[in-house]
Ligand binder design. Structure first.
Ligand code: ATP
Length: 341
């Protein structure tokens, strides 16, 4: 089931939470809404669910205008960060709940619940109560309970937000696995760039209520449309002038900022036509990678990230004179919003 968001806006008092958003979520895809806190992701999710009504625009699910339909008629399953399971019910009873309300036959409920417990890898825990489960297991029950009634669309609002890093990683893998099996159109809110990249078929990057870019994780990482998007996706050097890092014949004008990923800064010990002189200021060892801070000839600082092997090859020392050149860089005109902070 596809979801079409057409020019949707939502204001709370004088605050524009969602600002003229257009987004096409294709059937069967897992799409992440990614952005900093307060950028409007959850509000858009609530608008899709029917928990809020937009001020302007249309929301179509499978082609049907659902903008003013109530929550129940939208066929949507919702999982929140703190999903309240029924504490007095076992796992099995929790998963069965929606089916029993819909008066499904006892036989169907029994079969379906076991199938779902299998799907979320909780077979054998059906008789436990929520208090006897870990946080990750509870979110799996929440997913099974939501999927039990075959929603047309699954909406997840930071579902792993309250869990520790290791459990989050495990649950990401199981959500991806589950999505491949169930193939329900899924919209996932997160502020974690790595989570979005690992899970999503497509990412919509939010900033101040607007969508800055939509694309596959590779697309967005390799071809960020704006400085905001580039700086949101991992560390980046922002240089105020191109002259410091490009050789002087380079065509980049000084009316632009240069955005350069640390792993795209190449260091060498010998002079070369396109490399510019720099000095090693600081060396930080981080296990398999080494971060080197350099000062360029015009005083600008730039951070390079290299593998330990490459570092050992170069045998860099503090205050050493070296040569650097960008493997790849992006320039954005002066005057646009530079980063998300
Ligand atoms: N019901 C409401 N009444 C007033 N303001 C609201 C309401 N819901 C959301 N907002 C405001 O709208 C803005 C966007 O909120 P939203 O929850 O959509 O952001 P978000 O990107 O999901 O951020 P987070 O990750 O922190 O939840 C926030 O500044 C929030 O305070």
């Amino acid at each position: 089931m596809s979801i079409l968001i057409e020019d949707v806006s939502k204001r709370f008092g004088s605050f524009q939470a969602v600002d003229s958003v257009n987004l096409h979520i294709h059937s069967g895809k897992l799409v992440a809404l990614l952005g900093p806190s307060g950028s409007g992701k959850s509000t858009l999710l609530r608008l899709i669910a029917g928990l809020e009504t937009p001020d302007t625009g249309r929301i179509r699910i499978s082609g049907k205008d659902m903008t003013y339909e109530n929550v129940q008629s939208r066929g949507i399953g919702f999982v929140f960060q703190h999903y309240a399971l029924f504490k007095h019910m076992t796992v099995r009873e929790n998963v069965a709940f929606g089916l029993q309300i819909r008066k499904a036959s006892r036989f169907y409920v029994r079969e379906r619940v076991e199938e779902l417990l299998d799907l979320v890898q909780l077979r054998g825990l059906g008789d436990r109560y929520p208090s006897q489960l870990s946080g990750g297991q509870r979110q799996r029950v929440a997913l099974a309970r939501t999927l039990a009634v075959n929603p047309q669309v699954l909406l997840l609002d930071e579902p792993f937000g309250a869990l520790d890093a290791k459990v989050r990683k495990e649950l990401r893998a199981s959500l991806r696995h589950l999505h491949e099996k169930v193939n329900v159109t899924t919209v996932f809110v997160t502020h974690d760039q790595e989570e979005a990249m690992e899970l999503a078929d497509e990412i919509a990057v939010f900033n101040k209520g607007q969508v800055e870019q939509v694309g596959t994780p590779e697309d967005i990482y390799d071809h960020p449309a704006t400085p905001f998007v580039m700086s949101f996706f991992g560390p980046v050097n922002v240089l105020s002038s191109a002259a410091g890092i490009f050789d002087l014949n380079h065509s980049e004008s000084n009316n632009s900022h240069v955005f350069l990923r640390p792993h795209d800064v190449l260091i060498q010990t010998k002079a070369e036509e396109t490399a510019v002189p720099a000095k090693v200021k600081r060396i930080v060892h981080l296990g398999w990678e080494v971060v080197v801070e350099l000062s360029l000839r015009d005083g600008q600082l730039v951070t390079a990230q290299l593998t330990r092997d490459r570092f050992t090859q170069l045998q860099l020392l503090q205050e050493q004179s070296v040569y650097v050149k960008p493997k790849s860089a992006k320039t954005f005109p002066v005057g646009v919003q530079l980063t998300y902070t």
